[in-house]
Design a protein around this ligand. Structure first.
Ligand SMILES: CC(C)(COP(=O)(O)OP(=O)(O)OC[C@H]1O[C@@H](n2cnc3c(N)ncnc32)[C@H](O)[C@@H]1OP(=O)(O)O)[C@@H](O)C(=O)NCCC(=O)NCCS
Length: 174
């Protein structure tokens, strides 16, 4: 049985362990710690198997900066998905997919406007993400178009809501 739930204070070491193991280096786990320390961990969702944390996904606030340098108003707000991690021995067993679906459903219910992700171009489209550039959104990093993806969760967003440059929370902005 895998329990999908929100992070609790007691989970911090387990989350760090999953993220480090999935990426094979400490950088992404440090980003999660920094997001949390900055108050920017808008959602930290995990998969718990008999008390062991086996997968984790983080969301943090992001902004779209228009050509005049002003942040755009996005109803419900925009969140960046990063990082996402599954313990190596549990990868490719639909654990990450289940966790991501559950997180997205929850965010949609909460009225969040959209989610942006920079990640595997073959993975995120399975969950409704499409190239962000099609909606006029540019990323601050030099990444291929097909890796910079957006999923709109509300149907009442202004047409030009994503015209501009993405600004991540400081821990992700680098
Ligand atoms: C990427 C990751 C989060 C996916 O989680 P997972 O539990 O292994 O994925 P799932 O089993 O839910 O896979 C769902 C689907 O995506 C596919 N998939 C899984 N990992 C993939 C990858 N790295 N690239 C492309 N497709 C992938 C699966 O084959 C499956 O396809 P199907 O539905 O057609 O059968 C996980 O493998 C991981 O932690 N990788 C290392 C860290 C990382 O790269 N994080 C993401 C950064 S963007």
């Amino acid at each position: 049985m895998v329990w999908l739930r929100a992070e609790q204070p007691v989970d911090l070491d387990g989350v760090r362990r999953v993220v480090e193991a999935a990426f094979g280096q400490p950088d992404e786990a440090r980003i999660v710690d920094q997001l949390r320390a900055d108050g920017d961990l808008a959602m930290s969702h995990l998969a718990d198997r008999k008390g062991e944390i086996i997968a984790h996904v983080a969301f943090s606030p992001a902004q779209v900066i228009d050509d005049a340098g002003e942040p755009r108003e996005i109803p419900g707000g925009l969140l960046a998905l990063a990082p996402m991690a599954v313990l190596p021995e549990y990868q490719r067993q639909k654990i990450g997919g289940g966790l991501l679906q559950s997180a997205l459903m929850r965010l949609e219910r909460e009225g969040v406007g959209a989610i942006v992700v920079l990640g595997h171009p073959e993975y995120y489209p399975k969950f409704g993400f499409t190239p962000a550039s099609a909606l006029g959104l540019r990323g601050p990093f030099d990444a291929p178009d097909e890796a910079f993806l957006l999923r709109v969760l509300r149907d009442d967003l202004p047409r030009d809501a994503f015209h501009g440059m993405l600004r991540y929370a400081p821990a992700l902005q680098g």
